[in-house]
Design a protein around this ligand. Structure first.
Ligand code: NAI
Length: 416
């Protein structure tokens, strides 16, 4: 037997029922999605230690975690039969996704389940900044009665500049127009304007036009510090700034200086260059105590609805992978999305090292066995290739076993 075949899972037919381990109190809707499809689910409320994971992981086809559980290369490598990982959150830094890919294990997350939650917070902040709600609220709590219309404005008819017109930015656009705002946006990619919104030629044009500028861009070399003193200075005096995207986007010292100088009229900041790792840790920022500044602890996407949506979205991605082999949305895997297979067919899923000659080896197996391929799809990244092949039922197990035994194969599974 070739060497790699000995280190690969022996089984090519899927387990029935699938066994799922969900830790860290994942939303109950995830369990419902799995159980509706006949999966066996074990729930743990806390984040297990590495030692516990090493002990447990061998029993499961899928593990679902949130942000606190560390899935190291050693944990992932401890179960050769592991089929997939679900990150029931946005980030995947807690998972060795590179190693997972090399082991043939796709990792799924839910990057867009909290889009609406962020957009709603931004709308609340636009109104709050325009009416100085943060300051009025604080004074009234302290027993100070300060009723005044000075500087308080309606947002109707004001211009909102949206930087980054992706999932969140475009939702904000729709909500802001419903409030009667004029919306302009700037994106590095050409985007279809929603409603009456208007694209701007440059960030500078947007900043000059905006009464409120809100940022919805990813963290990239181009977006780091994209708002510092020179950009703040081109904005209108009294204009407001909102950042609920990434802490690296706005230079906080420059913003604090501009607010204190009375140029920037107010700011709502949800994300910071340095954020405490856990609740209860002290947080320090130059923006603390500055007038008309709303500070929130990265809660833009933190709602009950978003948690539920994450539970459903990740569970459905995992089930789709288990049942059809689709890797749509996997963060570490070539994306392949084939329709449900024909009822006369079996489907082989093969993950292999992306080296020259693999396809010709697989094709030799297929032609040696005189197999009729009904459909196939191959997608690769720099290190692995993922092949999905539908064929007649009688032939699938022979093909699967011989493909599994190829020296380049990492993981091979047959769906039926
Ligand atoms: P998305 O990927 O759907 O949209 C980002 C948009 O920014 C894209 O249209 C892209 O073309 C554009 N873009 C990239 N570089 C740009 C540049 N230099 N100038 C202008 N536009 C640029 O992302 P989504 O889901 O809308 O998220 C936006 C941001 O919000 C991300 O940074 C994400 O991490 C953050 N976020 C924050 C949350 C919170 O709790 N505060 C929750 C969810 C997301």
């Amino acid at each position: 037997m070739p060497q790699s075949a000995m280190t690969q899972p022996a089984k090519i037919f899927q387990r029935d029922p699938f066994r799922i381990l969900l830790v860290e109190n994942i939303h109950p809707r995830a369990r419902e999605v799995f159980e509706r499809e006949g999966c066996q689910v074990r729930l743990e409320t806390r984040a297990p230690s590495e030692a516990e994971l090493m002990e447990w992981i061998g029993e499961y086809d899928v593990i679902g975690i949130r942000s606190k559980t560390k899935l190291t290369g050693s944990v992932l490598g401890a179960n050769k039969e592991l089929l997939a990982v679900g990150a029931f959150c946005i980030g995947t830094d807690q998972i060795d996704t590179g190693r997972a890919g090399l082991l043939g294990v796709p990792v799924f997350n839910a990057p867009y389940s909290n889009t609406r939650s962020v957009a709603e917070l931004v709308m609340a902040e636009i109104v709050a900044l325009s009416r100085h709600l943060g300051d009025r609220n604080m004074e009234t709590h302290k027993g100070v009665w300060l009723k005044s219309a000075a500087g308080a404005r309606e947002i109707r008819g004001k211009t909102l500049g949206i930087v980054g017109y992706g999932h969140i930015g475009s939702q904000v656009s729709v909500l802001a127009e419903a409030f009667g705002m004029r919306v302009v946006f700037f994106d590095v990619v050409k985007k279809l304007p929603l409603g009456n919104s208007q694209p701007m030629e440059s960030l500078t044009d947007l900043l000059k036009a905006a009464d409120f500028a809100t940022f919805h861009v990813p963290d990239t070399p181009q977006t780091r510090n994209m708002i510092a003193a020179p950009q703040l200075n081109v904005m209108k005096r009294g204009a407001h700034l909102i950042n609920a995207s990434r802490g690296s986007v706005v230079n906080i010292d420059d913003l604090a200086a501009s607010l204190k100088a009375g140029h920037t009229g107010g700011a709502a900041i949800d994300v910071f260059p340095q954020e405490p790792a856990s609740n209860g840790e002290t947080f320090v920022s130059p923006l603390q105590g500055v007038k008309n500044v709303i500070l929130t602890p990265h809660i833009g996407g933190s709602t009950e609805e978003a948690q539920e949506a994450i539970g459903i979205e990740v569970a459905e991605s995992l089930l789709r992978f288990l049942k059809t082999g689709s890797t749509r949305g996997a963060v570490n895997f070539p994306n392949v999305d084939l329709p449900v297979m024909h009822e006369d067919a079996h489907r082989m899923l093969n993950v292999h090292r992306n080296v020259p000659g693999v396809l010709s080896d697989i094709n030799s197996v297929v032609s040696d066995l005189n197999v009729n391929i009904q459909a196939q799809s191959l997608s690769t990244n720099a290190s692995i290739g993922y092949l999905v092949m539908d064929m007649a039922k009688v032939e699938a197990d022979q093909v699967g076993e011989r493909v599994r035994d190829l020296e380049t194969s990492i993981k091979t599974r047959i769906l039926y």
